[in-house]
Design a protein around this ligand. Structure first.
Ligand code: ATP
Ligand code: MG
Length: 428
């Protein structure tokens, strides 16, 4: 298509009154980071819109990363012409010509005279632009009510914009404009979607994953890293905190309350995530829970689990159907990874009949009797390994003494010693 610039429409953010400048700045800086890979492209800004002058960069390559920028509602490939009648008519001919229409196409021209000094009205422009097009392209048939192709002509003082294709953007609020939250990221279908939904609402996300090496394998950890990398495609970078959870999990298996084990584990996860949140300035915890989906997601379970933290618990999927969650995960690119069969720390420890109605007082009492629980939680926080992830870059560990190459650090090479069922029988 004949396109010199991309027009980015900023949606919901225009509603936010005083915050608008801040929001526009956030989108702008996100767009700038996307454009680092396209050095010839230049950015200009206008009321409620951002323009990217392509200057020879390929529109087709810019559009996919721009579709991941939150706060942009539409991406519009635009041809520009000087605001003079003949130049506009010629640009319209070139524009339609570049579409190589073969079959009959219902079409209309929709002009808008933004620059009131321009000598022709919008109505007149519709005729003046469409007449030469109809002469030149026999495939075009006018249909003002149901056009398949609508050529929009926006006459502005500086230049006239011509476009027809409007590509939906990611929408939502720009990255980080609503603060920061910790996402509990498992290897399942739900939590990556919850993370994406939270990011789309303007939250900056850091991910926390609990692993139970050697009961969970290196593959399971790699799967979570890959999922976090997909999420980083929506933010540029993302932090993933890998928390060693084996000792805590094993401690709970010894207390003789097998049906409550998931409740204990979730509460411990929340306590650790809260500590990590405090350290990084996050003001909420996001989970992939959905009401009624499993025993730990009944309302009584959520109530007892949620009391382990004082931070707000955000559950973007709480009222969603699984089918809709799956379809979102397909759209955002996490589904194929999520369905890989590697075990999660919790699935290995699922009791035969997990409680759907835990009692808070009993849960708290049992926790008090778990030896060294506070100490183990502290230790898990201290031994957390943090990765800084980008969609394609090498994995780097962030530890004391600065980042190092992942390959220099000990990795979990051991495979799971027993299959999940055997472990369950052993432990319960
Ligand atoms: P998901 O598909 O996200 O795993 P789920 O429906 O399987 O969700 P659960 O396994 O009960 O639900 O987990 C509920 C939530 O707890 C998850 O959505 C996730 O936010 C969090 N969670 C579970 N396991 C882990 C883990 N190993 N590390 C981090 N967070 C976890
Ligand atoms: Mg799960």
């Amino acid at each position: 298509m004949n396109c010199q610039l991309l027009m980015l429409r900023l949606g919901e953010i225009t509603l936010k009154g005083r915050n608008r400048a801040r929001f526009e700045k956030a989108v702008l800086s996100h767009v700038k980071s996307v454009l680092e890979a396209f050095p010839k492209a230049r950015i200009t800004k206008d009321y409620g819109r951002i323009y990217i002058e392509l200057c020879g960069e390929p529109a087709g390559e810019l559009i996919p990363p721009l579709k991941k920028v939150f706060g942009i509602t539409a991406i519009v490939p635009v041809a520009a012409a000087p605001s003079e009648l003949e130049a506009i008519q010629q640009a319209a001919l070139d524009f339609i010509g570049s579409l190589s229409l073969e079959k009959e196409t219902a079409f209309k021209v929709n002009s808008r005279r933004v620059w009131k000094e321009f000598p022709y009205s919008s109505q007149e422009m519709n005729k003046l632009v469409s007449s030469p097009l109809l002469q030149q392209f026999s495939a075009l048939k006018v249909d003002v009510n149901h056009p398949e192709l609508e050529l929009r002509v926006e006459v502005r003082q500086e230049r006239t914009l011509l476009y027809s294709l409007i590509i939906p953007g990611a929408g939502g609020f720009p990255l980080g404009t609503n603060g920061k939250a910790m996402l509990l990221l498992s290897g399942g279908i739900d939590s990556p979607v919850a993370g994406w939904s939270a990011m789309r609402r303007g939250l900056e996300i850091e991910c926390v994953h609990f692993h139970s090496y050697p009961f969970t394998s290196r593959k399971a950890e790699e799967k979570v890293i890959e999922l976090a990398k997909v999420l980083s495609g929506y933010s540029g970078t993302i932090k993933l905190h890998l928390v060693p959870f084996t000792d805590i999990q094993t401690a709970f298996t010894g207390v003789g309350q097998d049906n409550l084990i998931i409740t204990f584990m979730r509460r411990a996860m929340l306590r650790i995530a809260t500590r990590l949140a405090e350290a990084s300035g996050a003001l909420a915890i996001v989970t992939g829970e959905s009401l009624g989906q499993v025993a730990s997601q009944t309302l009584p379970s959520m109530n007892v689990i949620g009391r382990a933290t004082e931070l707000p618990l955000l559950r973007p999927l709480v009222m969603m159907d699984k089918d809709d969650i799956i379809s979102l995960s397909q759209q955002i690119g996490t589904y194929e990874l999520s369905i890989l069969p590697y075990e999660d720390c919790c699935t290995l420890f699922i009791p035969k009949s997990p409680s759907t109605n835990p009692n808070l007082r009993i849960v708290q009492k049992v926790e008090q009797h778990v030896e060294r629980l506070d100490e183990m939680i502290e230790l898990a926080v201290q031994n957390t390994v943090t990765l800084n992830l980008t969609p394609h870059a090498q994995i780097r560990y962030e530890e004391e003494g600065g980042p190092e190459e992942a390959s220099e650090l000990p990795r979990h090479d051991l495979e799971l010693p027993l299959d999940g069922q055997a472990i369950r029988e052993d432990w319960f």
